[in-house]
Ligand binder design. Structure first.
Ligand SMILES: NC(=O)c1ccc[n+]([C@@H]2O[C@H](COP(=O)([O-])OP(=O)(O)OC[C@H]3O[C@@H](n4cnc5c(N)ncnc54)[C@H](O)[C@@H]3O)[C@@H](O)[C@H]2O)c1
Ligand SMILES: O=c1ccn([C@@H]2O[C@H](COP(=O)(O)OP(=O)(O)O[C@H]3O[C@H](CO)[C@@H](O)[C@H](O)[C@H]3O)[C@@H](O)[C@H]2O)c(=O)[nH]1
Length: 444
């Protein structure tokens, strides 16, 4: 962990919402020496967290929560008013999901502000970590109607699966407010972290978050478009992205092709930025194209499965490796794997899935998908096996055994995870993303 050596000032902090962002924020701020009260409307979650039980799959977070509780610096309550009563800074970490029209739904942010506004101490800071559209800080200031409380925009850039590491080693800390004093006080909370701090106005801080996520989504759609082209012209996307990555201006990240991008952030944030632009008569054709391409890339996965199964998946047992939107998380929100599963189920496939991070009771597992206890159980009797999530353990499976267990040796590896030479030697008929299939499935 990169931290500065100077002794930081200990502050009293409240965190509203204990999901991926709120729990990470609370536990990490406690580990930095602050006294943190976290609150959540979900009473069961609060009870579990108070006992040190963390149900989300996030490396290091459970230990950090238990350390925080033991040190007396991390507490949980279901009462937001109790949590904020003595806090100097109140972090809003509640969801901002996609509304049906694509905009960011701010209902939970606004309701959290309404709940706490009359209980905030004088001279406290209301810090927005939730991803919110430009103008939200101004709107919350109006809603708050308290001249003695500063609203500060402090977007969070952590990735799921790497939440603790990213929070404690951020690429940058963004603090958006017109008040230099409020900016200094928020920056001080992070004083032990080694990261450039950008002090800007609240509108820019709000937009920075969308700008970054939409850039990442566009980069990925471009790579997946290139992968599609590779399949048509007989080129190999792996070699192409490797050569692109040697150019330091392009860099070696976000270049892996796959079944399309997903998760709790990129889909909703691209939609929200497009909606916000449209609302003021502006257009962002690149972002729009990236979103459309992403839909096509997810559909292409289904088309490939159908083609590899000889034109129909009706009654075919299709084994799915991975349901989460990427490796390292149990989050199913807007997962391309779930979109693919839903479509295959509609087409009549019998779906069996394994994901190492899932317990089985997570919301979002589509009806018709049964969960297996292992990857080998998924392969047993399958007419096709589909790799959807880039868990490293899927690469390291005994693939000859997997192929042997299947009824038909058909493998669709959307993440290019498995060594094609191993599959070839095992006698599989397989295809990946951005490279030619090894042979026609009609040969089966
Ligand atoms: N998940 C990520 O990787 C990530 C990263 C950066 C930013 N963000 C942004 O952070 C925000 C939160 O995302 P998340 O993934 O942590 O959400 P989440 O769904 O995991 O957790 C949100 C929590 O807030 C609670 N909550 C809702 N209303 C509340 C209220 N009034 N008072 C107290 N608790 C309340 C919910 O019960 C839930 O436990 C979103 O705006 C998201 O876009 C998410
Ligand atoms: O080379 C790559 C990299 C990613 N992905 C996919 O892209 C999606 C998003 O991945 P990632 O960005 O790692 O996931 P998140 O945890 O949702 O993180 C994004 O969204 C967060 C919430 O806003 C931000 O804080 C992070 O900075 C931003 O990376 C997933 O479906 C990945 O499988 C690829 O297909 N290929």
């Amino acid at each position: 962990m990169a931290q500065r050596s100077e002794t930081p000032t200990t502050r009293r902090v409240a965190v509203v919402g204990t999901g991926y962002v709120g729990l990470t924020t609370g536990a990490c701020l406690a580990s930095l020496g602050h006294h943190v009260q976290c609150c959540d409307v979900d009473r069961t979650k609060v009870e579990r967290l108070s006992r040190g039980e963390v149900r989300i799959h996030e490396p290091g977070l459970g230990q950090l929560v238990r350390d925080g509780i033991r040190s007396g610096r991390l507490e949980f309550t279901h009462s937001s008013t109790a949590a904020v009563r003595r806090a100097e800074a109140i972090f809003l970490c509640v969801p901002t999901p996609m509304a049906p029209d694509g905009s960011a739904n701010l209902a939970q942010v606004e309701s959290a502000v309404r709940e706490v506004r009359d209980h905030l101490p004088a001279d406290s800071l209301l810090v927005t970590k939730s991803t919110v559209p430009v103008g939200t800080a101004a709107r919350l200031s109006e809603l708050l109607d308290r001249r003695d409380v500063a609203v500060v925009s402090n977007p969070e850039f952590l990735r799921e699966g790497l939440a603790v590491r990213d929070f404690l080693n951020p690429d940058r800390i963004v603090v958006g407010t017109a008040s230099a004093a409020a900016a200094r006080r928020v920056s001080e909370l992070y004083a032990r972290l080694e990261a450039p701090t950008v002090h800007t106005d609240s509108a820019s801080a709000e937009l920075i978050k969308y700008a970054a996520n939409c850039f990442l989504a566009t980069k990925l759609s471009y790579v997946n478009d290139l992968a599609e082209l590779c399949e048509r012209v007989g080129a190999d996307i792996g070699g192409i992205t490797e050569c692109m990555a040697h150019d330091h201006r392009i860099a070696n990240s976000f270049l892996r092709p796959g079944p399309g991008w997903g998760g709790s952030c990129l889909p909703k944030d691209t939609a929200a930025l497009l909606h916000a632009a449209e609302a003021i008569g502006a257009d962002l054709p690149l972002v729009r194209a990236a979103v459309e391409a992403n839909r096509r890339h997810q559909r292409r996965v289904v088309d490939k499965v159908v083609a590899m199964c000889g034109g129909s998946v009706t009654g075919v047992r299709v084994g799915m490796l991975g349901l989460a939107f990427k490796a390292g998380t149990d989050d199913l929100r807007d997962s391309p794997a779930i979109a693919v599963a839903r479509r295959l189920a509609e087409l009549g496939a019998n779906l069996i899935a394994f994901d190492p991070a899932l317990r089985g009771d997570e919301p979002g597992i589509p009806a018709g998908v049964s969960l297996a206890d292992s990857a080998y159980q998924v392969a047993k009797g399958a007419g096709a096996v589909l790799v959807l999530t880039d868990w490293p353990e899927f690469r390291d499976l005994d693939w000859p055994q997997m192929v042997g267990l299947a009824e038909k040796p058909v493998i669709i590896d959307t993440r290019n995870l498995v060594d094609p030479r191993v599959l070839e030697r095992a006698g599989a008929v397989f295809c990946g993303t951005g490279r030619a299939p090894n042979r026609d499935s009609g040969e089966l």
